[in-house]
Design a protein around this ligand. Structure first.
Ligand SMILES: *Cc1c(COP(=O)(O)O)cnc(C)c1O
Length: 451
């Protein structure tokens, strides 16, 4: 069979090695070549359209080929595409830093740039360790992390994360971390509220900090939603308690807002819901509206000051990436932030989130749905083999993949994580598109759980 898509698929499979993929799967289900995107939609070479319900891996905020971001990138392209950020600077990075400091939790006044999320996590980890070294606390060299957390896939980021599927094989290469049981509220007892459970689980963190504070640089968390770990959610009270305990034990708090930042959880940054300021905040994914690879680590004057010294003391943070603070990425980020301001996006999202919750909420009654949970513009549906005990389907059955395949036939891009079907749509999605996305997920769940 020959079609407009087929030629691309054949050429692709001859040379392209896809991320996060068992390439043999493509014998059954070839990759879909995308010709163009517009708003919440992607279109292949045969004109078939797909609603991008997962924001192209959680990055896109305001639709594909957004006219305002396009114009900003185009204008920047005519001026300067890239310049070294050591010894030189440029207006997009200056203005973006001002704008980020103005909207971040108060006290985050310094922006260090990299070019992807994992690199931002590496920067935060190195900076925290190096801070303690520079301030005479070099016994501090370990990191505390939550079970089921995800912080990226370069070796340092992989080490501080806890998703076994990605980590197990590389364990011999990874630094040793202290793993604390997650406040993931899917595990709470029947009748227990998310706040109660989050508070109860904090006892593990308190104990770990009590035991390891002398050797601990930082605790790293994904605020409110452990996204790659299956969109598992917890209550803001956990972060409030964590901030207080980190201060008391003199341990840094790293907030990895790479997935949850920029409005996903309902507030600009998830940390706001706990009223806290982390010592390091990692940003990427939505930072550029999902346009270009860029990341930032925001930190405090206290951290910055510990590196500010005579050159010969060798206290500087000598970390760099070739494309650190790329001007095109910064221009896209500024255009994205302008849309947030001009269009009152967080406010508008409340209406969309309510619609999503209303429509998807009905799925909670399904005999193979263990939970429907939501935080802002993230909604997850947890499938279970047995609803009462919440026993999961064995991973080998790949039930989520069945939902994925069904959704593709109906023109919706869903990409379940194991037994978890979720939505994380671009903010330009319409109420009618939300209804479509939920209906297709319902059908997919139906067909994936009927045997
Ligand atoms: C995606 C993600 C990362 C890694 O970002 P990359 O750009 O894929 O390297 C880190 N932390 C969290 C919470 C993420 O969701």
């Amino acid at each position: 069979m020959s079609s407009a898509n087929t030629a691309y698929i054949t050429r692709d499979l001859a040379h392209v090695w896809h991320p996060c993929t068992q390439m043999k799967d493509h014998e059954q289900l070839p990759p879909i070549p995308v010709r163009r995107g517009e708003g919440a939609w992607l279109e292949d070479y045969e004109g078939k359209r797909y609603l991008d319900a997962i924001s192209s891996w959680w990055v896109n905020l305001f639709g594909h080929a957004n006219p305002r971001i396009n114009a900003a990138v185009r204008a920047q392209l005519e001026e300067l595409e890239q310049v070294i950020l050591a010894g030189f600077t440029h207006e997009p990075v200056i203005a973006l830093s001002e704008e980020l400091c103005a909207i971040a939790p108060a006290g985050l006044t310094r922006c260090f740039y990299a070019d992807n999320g994992s690199s931002a996590v590496e920067v935060a980890v190195k900076m925290s360790f190096h801070f303690w070294h520079n301030t005479g606390r070099s016994a501090k060299r370990r990191f505390l992390t939550l079970s089921n957390s995800y912080h990226g896939e370069t070796l340092g980021a992989l080490a501080v994360g806890n998703v076994e599927l990605y980590k197990e094989i590389y364990r011999p290469l990874l630094m040793d971390v202290i793993t604390v049981p997650s406040p993931d509220c899917f595990q709470r007892e029947r009748g227990e509220s998310p706040a109660e459970y989050s508070r109860r689980q904090f006892a593990h963190m308190e104990a770990a900090l009590g035991k390891h504070a002398q050797e601990a640089c930082a605790v790293i968390v994904e605020p409110l939603v452990q996204c790659a770990g299956g969109m598992r959610m917890y209550d803001p009270v956990y972060l409030t308690l964590l901030r207080e305990a980190c201060d008391r034990h003199q341990v840094h708090l790293i907030a990895d807002e790479i997935a949850v930042g920029f409005g996903r959880t309902g507030t600009m940054f998830a940390c706001e819901q706990a009223g806290i300021r982390p010592d390091f905040m990692c940003l990427s994914k939505g930072l550029t509206g999902g346009y270009l690879p860029l990341s930032a680590v925001m930190t405090t004057e206290a951290v910055y000051a510990a590196f500010y010294d005579e050159y010969v003391k060798l206290n500087a943070f000598l970390h760099s990436h070739s494309f650190t603070g790329n001007p095109l990425g910064c221009a896209a980020a500024r255009a994205s932030l302008a849309i947030f301001r001009d269009d009152h996006v967080l406010e508008a999202n409340r209406t969309l989130a309510a619609r999503l919750g209303e429509r998807a909420g009905a799925l909670a009654d399904h005999p193979h749905v263990a939970e429907v949970r939501q935080r802002g513009m993230i909604l997850a549906i947890e499938l279970a083999a047995d609803k009462a005990s919440r026993a999961p389907y064995p991973w080998q059955e790949r039930r989520g993949l069945r939902v994925y395949r069904h959704a593709l036939t109906r023109g919706v891009l869903l990409r379940p994580i194991g037994n978890v079907v979720y939505f994380m749509p671009p903010y330009v999605i319409t109420p009618a598109e939300i209804d479509l996305m939920v209906e297709v997920a319902r059908e997919g769940i139906e067909s994936a759980t009927c045997d």
